[in-house]
Write a protein that binds this ligand. Structure first.
Ligand code: DGJ
Length: 726
């Protein structure tokens, strides 16, 4: 079955090499990517965009002429991967310093191999035995390309890599491009920004040691003015890396657009001994002819089927309860059991105990690193609580923050050298904690062992893996000075390897990536985690904007969204329980409210909404998302629609900020239905207009549209369309 809404093609996919012209053609889904070997033996970008005809050919590639004596050909030729050398001023992919002081690197084609959906091209420096292996792997359903580069030191001396990118994405020459990107901060993640691409360079980056919220490693570029949610060319990309990173979007001197991405080159230095190699992160890139909405639908599909650990068909997210906003650090056996009973009564499927259960943890000042069960709060260990949760028909999840240590902890008292630090310098705290240096083999071992033991000894189905600060003083005094900067790579590699090993040993355990909210969400960590926490901001109105931004890059299927108390701690805003549920039901539903304060009618509402969610969750988590009315730019409304893979169900959520001047809620024009299909409309919550039929064709719902009755402030409604002709 071809999923609806992603314009997936029945077209075959292929990678072929035309020997005569020395050109590679990569065709998949609705996309073609063409590159070739020019007379300088450079790998030259020739085309990236809507799929071309199989009969289309390209001539033998020729490097571009230089502009003048000031700008030689190396700056004007669109290359796939450049070493910094010659007189190059555009952003390079690789920069190396050799022990003799030489810093010139000129890479030339050596060989290539095509294996199914994968193309590997080998490059080598003109005189030194430095090899670079470029990899391209194309996803046949979405046409999304995965690119990476591996640098191999086959010389007889160590060299230092000062910059490494996964590759350069090149777009056709033009001055009408627009860049979209995501920025944020704690409790305010996922702001969408747009800017015209001007001559010069925009750097999106994190210098924080991890992905960070300030920028997210995602971009989308379209042609300004000829583009909307569902029409027009969009080129997009996302980096699979959870350490410091950078993406440079550059319009060069001849108006060509280049996008490079990889680990951040700031404070970077990776010493590569003879015989060693360094593998870049994966940089994913895609093209959609169906506007930015089409681009995100492709990415969502790709993430679910290719990135997530259990792809192509990962499990649907269960409805979970989390104790954090209810009890904060005041967790104990009786209190958690009481919450678990209440959660089970409304249909919750997973009960998660958050922070506060371990060591001498009663505030955020102590105990991180001491991963034993607090004997006062849980005198008999976790077993009685876990058994109780199971007896209520739920599985059990637990909060951990494995990469951190409080100075007030037994672990730190024993191993002060395990924290990232520069000898003799201050150790800056964030949330009263320090970073463990996971690059150290002993720290890696400690973290793996405590988690493995905990999972061996307890029936835990889920870990909420938290990470509540960014790096400071990133020193690694235990290794030679020239190797200390390796920490930026080795830390992330060890993080991934712990997650990988844990998953292999405990295949039924699911993991959430949380970083005080959405500070570590990227396609790297998503390969090892089942869901992510977009923000600590759980205000259901703020969430509309947060969730909207999030879905530009990431799938609603992994987007955890809790229903919490009103007024919210964030804005002191009062919102009805129905509104809060509908906001959260656009992603993976969770409940984070203090159920001890709920009235019987709240339980009744929640029970009804959880049951409704279970009816539509497959569509919400697996379907194609259409942004019908965006909450961006101060919009008074927000409307999303998700259409199931087989187009037999569509679910629409509508939110009104504030009615103005007697205007009715705008008519909602649906998308993605089968025009000739027959669909029955039903309200999930709220009121449909009495003037619309209850059964009509997909064409009717898309062309005539749906009126709903929403008036007042902070109102919400949802309805579904079910196919009745199948
Ligand atoms: C930050 C997380 O985002 C919250 O949900 C909660 O788990 C706290 N940390 C606990 O310290």
């Amino acid at each position: 079955m071809i999923p609806a809404g992603i314009n997936a093609q029945t077209k075959s996919s292929s990678i072929r090499f035309d020997k005569q012209t020395q050109v590679f053609h990569i065709d998949a889904a609705d996309m073609s990517y063409v590159l070739g070997i020019n007379e300088q033996k450079e790998i030259q970008a020739l085309y990236w965009g809507k799929r071309l005809n199989a009969a289309d050919t390209f001539g033998v590639p020729h490097s571009a002429p230089g502009l003048s004596g000031f700008d030689s050909s190396i700056n004007t030729t669109q290359q796939e991967f450049t070493g910094w050398g010659g007189g190059q001023y555009v952003e390079p992919d690789l920069k190396i310093t050799f022990p003799d002081g030489n810093r010139d690197l000129v890479l030339q084609y050596v060989s290539h191999i095509i294996e199914g959906d994968k193309l590997t091209i080998v490059l080598k420096d003109i005189s030194r035995d430095v090899f670079v292996q470029l990899e391209y792997q194309v996803d046949t359903t979405t046409g999304i390309l995965k690119r990476s580069a591996q640098v191999q030191n086959k010389t007889s001396a160590p060299l230092t890599i000062e910059q490494i990118a996964s590759g350069t994405w090149n777009l056709p020459r033009g001055t009408d491009y627009r860049l979209r990107y995501l920025t944020g901060r704690w409790a305010g993640e996922w702001s969408l920004h747009e800017q015209i691409i001007q001559p010069g360079k925009t750097t999106l980056e994190s210098r924080r040691g991890s992905t960070g919220a300030q920028n997210n490693p995602w971009f989308a570029i379209d042609r300004n003015g000829s583009n909307d949610q569902d029409h027009g060319d969009v080129w997009f990309g996302a980096l699979g890396w959870s350490g410091s990173w950078q993406i440079n979007v550059e319009q060069d001197e001849v108006q060509q657009i280049r996008v490079t991405g990889g680990p951040n080159s700031f404070d970077f230095g990776y010493r590569l001994a003879p015989g060693e190699h360094l593998q870049s992160p994966d940089f994913y890139g895609g093209y959609s002819h169906d506007g930015i909405g089409g681009a995100s639908r492709l990415l969502h599909r790709f993430e679910i089927s290719t990135i997530l650990p259990h792809g192509p068909d990962p499990k649907l997210r269960p409805v979970l309860y989390n104790s954090w906003e209810a009890t904060e650090f005041k967790v104990d056996e009786a209190g958690q059991e009481a919450l678990a009973e209440k959660a089970a009564s409304i249909g919750v499927e997973r009960f998660v105990m958050d922070d506060g259960w371990f060591g001498q943890r009663s505030t955020d000042h102590a105990a991180l690193g001491d991963w034993y069960v607090n004997p006062v709060k849980f005198p008999h260990g976790l077993k009685p609580l876990i058994d109780k949760v199971h007896s209520l028909g739920m599985d059990f999840g637990l909060w951990v923050e494995p990469e951190m240590v409080n100075p007030d902890s037994d672990l730190y008292r024993k191993h002060p050298d395990w924290a990232l630090n520069f000898t003799g310098r201050p150790r800056s705290e964030g949330r009263n904690q320090l970073m463990l240096n996971l690059a150290r083999p002993d720290v890696r071992e400690y973290v793996f062992q405590f988690l493995d033991k905990m999972l061996n000894e307890n029936d835990i189905a889920f870990l909420k893996w938290d990470y509540n600060r960014n790096w400071s003083e990133p020193g690694w005094p235990a290794v030679a000075p020239e190797d200390q900067k390796k920490v930026y790579i080795a830390y992330v590699q060890n993080l991934y390897s712990i997650l990988e090993e844990l998953r292999a040993k405990h295949p039924r355990v699911e993991i959430e990536s949380c970083s005080g909210g959405g500070s570590r969400i990227d396609l790297g960590i998503m390969r090892y985690t089942d869901e992510v926490w977009p923000s600590d901001n759980t205000d259901a109105f703020d969430r509309l904007l947060i969730q909207d931004g999030f879905t530009y890059a990431y799938a609603p299927a992994v987007m955890m969204a809790w229903v919490t108390d009103s007024p919210t701690w964030v804005n002191q805003r009062t919102l009805s329980l129905e509104y809060r549920f509908l906001s959260s039901m656009q992603g993976s539903l969770g409940i984070g409210a203090n159920l001890n304060n709920w009235k019987p009618e709240d339980f009744a509402t929640a029970k009804k909404m959880v049951a409704q969610y279970k009816q539509i969750r497959e569509t919400v988590q697996r379907g194609s998302l259409y942004r019908l009315i965006s909450p961006q730019n101060g919009s008074e409304q927000s409307v999303t629609e998700t259409v199931s893979k087989d187009q037999s169900q569509a679910v629409t959520f509508a939110f009104l900020h504030s009615s103005q001047m007697l205007y009715p809620f705008p008519r909602i024009y649906l998308r993605g239905l089968r025009p000739e299909g027959i669909y029955k409309i039903s309200a999930i919550d709220g009121k449909l207009s009495g003037d619309i039929p209850s059964v009509a064709s997909g064409a009717f719902w898309m062309q005539h549209g749906v009126d709903i009755e929403l008036r007042g402030d902070f109102q919400a409604a949802a309805f579904s369309l079910e196919a009745v002709d199948r």
